[in-house]
Design a protein around this ligand. Structure first.
Ligand code: SF4
Length: 319
């Protein structure tokens, strides 16, 4: 059957995103690639992202991509223009590209973007040569990847090219998390309780997110499991015991407690004061770690990256 229609978002929003450095790939413009600040630093030998410090990823060999610029939540801290990319009633109108086409195009587009660094005095020759062969796909750029119906196959396609994968999900589709096997699975946890969740994410998926936490628990030993708590001052930096209860339920290998960053479209919704300092993030991470201990879970603070305002809490029993 011929697909019904095309995408339902505004051309001008796409153009705005293109101006912000998002490069659409595939035929139907629901997938995108973007090089990040850390790739630029890494290819110049000027440092690496916290994922390098925590998990051994080289930013210059990492493709940051999404197979779905759409999302089913409307988080206040999101970088995206929420109004234009929500998926819901019109979901059936999306024509999805195949995983093979998306992966192929992502690799090509990343290669084209990397080629722009050739000839610069600042570029490290060794890093430039390595960057030509990407080793990692961070499926986390914008949007919710579990809305792409062939995510499992997309991950397999990356793996078949000798690449590793991170998937960052908002946890609203537990049945997809049950199916996929990325090298590392993140669930974003925006709140310690349902009332705060509704304020932060403007959605009604709390029960499903809790189911995803249960799915994560069952994935122990099959993939590296991480929960990311994005801290927004004045909104969700409360109730560490509530976070600890949910974290204990999911039993992740790591918890990243990270500051909200005042960038992109989030600046229209939150003030700069909503971005906590690294010290404040550290304090809150310590409170969560203590609450985990009080509940009998074995976690400790393992690392931090001040520049990215992130603290890593590690399980002492899973790894
Ligand atoms: S879940 Fe992620 S992509 Fe979706 S609205 Fe929230 S921050 Fe944005």
């Amino acid at each position: 059957m011929e697909p019904k229609a095309t995408l339902n978002y505004a051309e001008e929003t796409l153009k705005t995103l293109e101006k912000q450095g998002y490069h659409f790939v595939g035929t139907h413009k629901h997938s995108a690639v973007k090089t990040c600040l850390w790739l630029r630093r890494s290819i110049r030998g000027e440092g690496n992202c916290y994922k390098g410090k925590f998990y051994g990823i080289s930013a210059h060999r990492c493709i940051q991509m999404t197979p779905s610029i759409f999302c089913n939540q409307r988080c206040v801290h999101c970088w995206r223009p929420l109004e234009a990319f929500n998926i819901g009633a019109d979901e059936e109108q999306v024509v999805w590209d195949s995983p093979a086409e998306i992966v192929e195009d992502c690799i090509k587009e990343q290669g084209r973007l990397i080629s722009g660094f050739k000839g610069s005095d600042k570029t490290s020759t060794a890093a430039f040569a390595e960057a030509a062969i990407p080793k990692h796909a961070a499926i986390s750029l914008i949007g919710e990847p579990t809305l792409y119906p062939y995510l499992k196959e997309l991950i397999r396609n990356f793996h078949s090219r000798d690449m590793t994968t991170f998937v960052v999900s908002n946890g609203t589709n537990p049945e997809v998390l049950r199916e996929i096997r990325p090298y590392q699975l993140y669930i974003s946890l925006n709140a310690p309780d349902e009332a705060t969740y509704k304020k932060a994410s403007h959605a009604q998926y709390w029960t499903r997110i809790n189911e995803s936490l249960d799915e994560m628990r069952m994935l122990k030993g099959r993939t590296r499991r991480v929960i990311r708590v994005t801290c927004i001052e004045g909104l969700n930096m409360t109730n560490p015991a509530g976070y600890a209860e949910l974290l204990g339920r999911a039993n992740p290998d790591f918890v990243e407690v990270k500051a909200y960053m005042h960038i992109g479209y989030s600046r229209k919704r939150l003030s700069r004061d909503a971005m906590p300092t690294h010290l404040r993030v550290k304090e809150f991470a310590r409170e969560i770690a203590e609450a985990l201990t009080a509940l009998g879970y074995n976690y400790t603070i393992a690392d931090e990256s001040e520049i990215s305002r992130v603290v890593l809490i590690s399980s002492n029993t899973n790894l």
